[in-house]
Design a binder for this molecule. Structure first.
Ligand SMILES: [Zn+2]
Length: 136
């Protein structure tokens, strides 16, 4: 197991996260496409932080419209996210987790037509929440 700087227990996470956030971040649940509140907005500035521990994960300029129904980012704050292989559900996918607390952020989906980035269109789901995008 990888160990993360933020070593909160499930009980401690439950106390600070909503049931939905807990389900996604700590139990690797998946948001249904197009239900994420951050999918449709595209701030020009600010950062997206981990919904669990608040670590900065993405900058607004990293976000792009993937068309896949989830917020997607083509790059991330250096060292902020960890990718590892997930062989659950009979598929080999790349899971993305917060490097600070290990919270589940989503999976990288390959072959969605975006080029040049390690992600391909990615579903980074509710694990990342918007911050600092108030000037609309
Ligand atoms: Zn985190």
């Amino acid at each position: 197991m990888t160990s993360y700087p933020d070593q909160r227990t499930p009980e401690e996470w439950r106390a600070v996260l909503s049931p939905e956030q807990f389900r996604i971040l700590r139990e690797k649940g998946t948001e249904r496409p197009s239900t994420g509140i951050y999918d449709q907005h595209a701030p020009s500035s600010g950062t997206y932080g981990c919904a669990g521990c608040g670590a900065a994960l993405y900058e607004a300029r990293h976000k792009f419209a993937s068309g896949c129904g989830w917020p997607a980012y083509f790059d991330s704050v250096p060292g902020a996210v960890v990718r590892h292989e997930d062989r659950s559900l009979g598929m080999v996918r790349t899971e993305i987790v917060c490097a600070n607390c290990g919270g589940h952020l989503g999976h990288v989906f390959k072959g969605e037509g975006e080029e040049g980035e390690e992600g391909g269109g990615a579903g980074k789901e509710a694990g990342a929440e918007g911050k600092g995008e108030s000037k609309v």
